[in-house]
Design a protein around this ligand. Sequence first.
Ligand code: GLU
Ligand code: ASP
Length: 497
Amino acid sequence: MSTKNKDKIIESVPQKGFFGHPKGLSTLFFTEFWERFSYYGMRAILLYYMYYEISKGGLGMDEATAASIMAIYGSLVYMSGIIGGWVADRLLGTTKTVFYGGILIMFGHIVLSLPGSITALFISMGLIIIGTGLLKPNVSTVVGELYSDKDPRRDSGFSIFYMGINLGAFLSPLIVGTVGQKYNFHLGFSLAAIGMFLGLIVFVLTKKKNLGLAGTYVPNPLTKEERKSVFAKIGIGAFMIVILGAITIPTGFLTIDRFTLLVSILGIVIPTLYFIFMYRSPKTTEVERSRLIAYIPLFIASIIFWAVQEQGSIILATYADKRTQLHFAGLEIQSSWFQSLNPLFIIFLAPVFAWIWVKMGKRQPTTTQKFAFGLLFAGLSFLVMIIPAYVNGTETLVNPLWLVLSFFLVVLGELCLSPVGLSTTTKLAPAAFSAQTMSLWFLSSASAQAINAQIVRLYSPETEIVYFGVIGAVSVILGVILFMISPIMKRYMNGIH
Ligand code: GLU
Ligand code: ASP
C-alpha cells in the first residue's frame, strides 16, 4: 500500500477511545472475541460429539477417526488463510472479507445446531474452514492498519487484541461446553452460532464509525482481464473438485483416511513450495535469502510447538474425558472445561511475560532462544503426563491436576513463542511477500495439525506412556538443538534479533 493511502487511513481512524488506543481496536477486539468464542466453544465439544455413542447424542464414530478429523479440520482452518489473504488483497479488501467470513462461520455453526448426520458435520466444517480463512488473518491485519508505522502503541495494541482472542477462548468452553455436554450438543453448537452472530453485529454496527478507511482498500486489485481469467480458473477448479467428489465419494474411493492423508501431505508440500518460491523469486535480495534460511528452523520449531499445543483439544481432551476423575473436590467437572485452562493461563501470564522481557531489556533471550524455550516447555507438558500412568497404571482415573499442570507448561512455551512468532515472520520474510506473512505464520499451525492427523490416531491408554514420552522427548531434544544453534542463527538473520 502506498504511504499516501496509509496516511489517509490513519487520519480516518479515531485515534483514541479504547484504553488509549484507536477506537477501531474495540471493533476488532469484540469481533475476534466472538469469533474465537464460537470456534473454541465448538471445538471443545466437537470431539465428544463425534465419538460419543448415538444414544448419548453423539455420532458414534471411532475415537481414532474422530481425533484425526479434529486435526485435519484444524489444519484446513488455518490453511484456508491463504485464500482469505488473497481475496482481501486482490478482490474485496480486508473488512469486507472479514464480514463474509463471519457470515459463513455463523452458518457453519447453525448447520451443527440442527440435529444431523455426518454429512451435516462435513458441510459445517466446509463453511467454517472457508469462513475462518476469510476472517481470521484479515481481522488481525486490520489491527496493524490502525496505527502508523512509528506509533509506539502498536505492539500493545496487538497484545490487547491477543487478550480478546483468549478471553473468547476461555469463556466458551465453560458456556458452550457445559450446555453441550450437560444438555445437548446441538444446543451447544447453537450458542456458538449466536456468538458469531453477536460478533457480526458488533462489526457491522461499529465499523464505519470506528475503523474509518482501514481495511477498505484493495491493495493489489485484479485488472479487468485478470478478473476474467481468474474467475474462469476458479470456476473450472470448483467444477473439477465437485466432479472429483461426485466420483470418488459414492464409489468409496475417497475415504476419510485417504482424505486425511491428502491433507497431511498438503500440510508439508504447501509450505515447502512457498519457501522455494520465495527463495527463488527475483524480487528476493541476497540478504533476504539468508534471512529466509534462518526462518526455516524457526518455522519447523513452530510446527512442532503447535502440534503439541493443538493436541490439547484432541489428546488431552480425550484424556480429560476417559482417564480423569471428573468428580473432584466436591465438584462435577465437565471434560470440555479443561479447554479453558490454556487461555486462562495466557490471560494471567501474558502481562507477566511482557514485563519480564521489558525488565530483562537487552539481556532477554534472542528470538531463536525463545522458540527453543517454546519447544522445551511443550515437550515437558507431554513428559509430565507419563507420570500418572507410570505410577498408577492406566486402569485408575487420574487426578485432574495433572492436566492442569500440562496445560500450564505448554502455556509457558506458548508465551515464549507465539507473541514473537508473527513479528519474526514479518521481519524475516522477503519484503515482496510481506502481505502474505500473516498466512505464512498461520501455515505453521496448519502444517502442525496436518502432521497431527497422522499422529493422534496412535494414542490410546495402552500406548499412553510411549506416546507422551516420544513426542515430549522429540520436542525437548529439538529445543536443545535450537538452543545450541542459536549463535549460528544470529549470523544468518543479518541484524534481526
Ligand atoms: N490460539 C491463537 C489463536 O487462536 C493462536 C493461533 C495459532 O497461531 O495457531 O489466535
Ligand atoms: N491460546 C490460544 C490462542 O492464543 C487459545 C486456545 O488454545 O484455547 O488463541
